[in-house]
Design a binder for this molecule. Structure first.
Ligand code: NCD
Ligand code: ZN
Length: 348
């Protein structure tokens, strides 16, 4: 097999990104905008982005924070609550700036306390989304304290995904940041209105990474890293060339002192070198030829948006990720801090 040393791709998009707000937004936005043309912006701010007016205002703050030499289109999402109305969904679609609605089971992850307590409360909103083709983006973990943290995604499939698809068979649904073989199989076996995003960190690491040489708070995220067999299943899905699996970094910045704490926050900051990390993961299984579809085509196709036309280049070249980055208060530790990444990206 010949070794590939450079790879030219259509400019990619990130279909799952946390940009935060204020000074934090200013600090992280250029990292994503250097690589990605567009990103699906998660709505878990405090307070959460629950209506179109808030989404439009947040979009303006993102555009205002964008350095003038970068082009980037934020695709907005609403945060589903027990009270989201059908009228709100209609308005979201009519706005042209809202491209999805995110469901966080209440208490599942960072800033999810206003999340949905029971999907039965969201019938009118979900029916309207099904009718208008507005995708539902699902954080698919049960919050039941009886369920082992490593099983929460699998149990969500039985308890919530199957009933959801039975009740709303035409609903466009993205199973966000899948982390298990169970989720990959479920998505693969579902009809074409069901897709999934996959992060770089779940392709590169298994749960051992949280405990090498001591506890590693920067490898703690939700859904939590899983066993090696699950990582391998995700790699197979991502490199399968199937249009249902596409890139979503779930890059989720938290200041260093809030992660290196007695009760540390969940989330990894991968945006700094996201495309390089994905290239490493695909290269490791000789599937670089599948990266462009996953990173640049299938997400846009699923959301009914045009593919990008500009290009980026990835070169096989080892470089070291900075040990820390400036952030809101204190600093931000990127994934691979102070360590080598095997690929280097350039915009063309
Ligand atoms: C995310 C965050 O920090 O906003 N954290 C994470 O671990 N991925 C929330 C989320 O997507 O679960
Ligand atoms: Zn997320």
């Amino acid at each position: 097999m010949t070794t590939i040393n450079t790879l030219t791709l259509t400019r990619p998009d990130d279909w799952h990104l946390h940009l935060r707000d204020g000074e934090a937004l200013k600090a992280v936005l250029p990292d994503s905008a250097r690589q990605f043309a567009r990103a699906m912006i998660m709505p878990n701010l405090r307070p959460p982005v629950v209506n179109t007016a808030m989404a439009m205002a947040y979009r303006q703050r993102i555009l205002a924070a964008l350095p003038s030499d970068l082009k980037f289109e934020p695709l907005m999402t609403l945060y589903l609550t027990d009270n989201t109305s059908a009228a709100e969904i209609k308005q979201a679609v009519a706005s042209g700036v809202v491209h999805g609605v995110k469901v966080y089971p209440a208490g599942a992850t960072t800033n999810s306390d206003s999340g949905v307590t029971d999907l039965a409360h969201c019938k009118l909103a979900l029916a309207e989304m099904e009718k208008l083709g507005l995708p539902l983006l699902v954080h698919a973990e049960v919050t039941d304290a009886q369920v082992d943290v490593f099983d929460r995604e699998r149990v969500f499939i039985e308890r919530h995904m199957l009933p959801l698809l039975k009740d709303y068979p035409a609903l466009k649904l993205v199973f966000e940041h899948i982390t298990t073989k169970d989720a990959a199989d479920f998505v693969q076996q579902s009809p074409s209105n069901v897709a999934a995003t996959i992060t770089a960190h779940h392709l590169l690491m298994n749960r051992n990474a949280m405990f090498v040489g001591g506890i590693q708070p920067h490898h703690y995220c939700l859904p939590i890293l899983k066993r090696e067999e699950h990582r391998l299943a995700l790699l197979r899905a991502a490199t399968s060339g199937q249009a249902k699996f596409f890139l979503g970094t779930d890059s989720a910045p938290h200041a260093k002192h809030t992660k290196e704490a007695a009760c540390g926050c969940a989330g990894m900051y991968t945006a700094y070198s996201a495309m390089e990390l994905y290239a490493e993961a695909f290269d490791a299984v000789n599937a670089l030829d599948k990266l462009e579809g996953f990173a640049s085509f299938y997400g846009a196709d699923f959301y009914g948006l045009p593919r990008n036309t500009d290009r980026i280049q990835l070169r096989r070249e080892s470089w070291n990720v900075p040990t820390h980055l400036p952030f809101d208060e204190g600093s931000l530790i990127p994934l691979r801090a102070g360590q080598a990444v095997a690929w280097k990206m350039q915009r063309l």
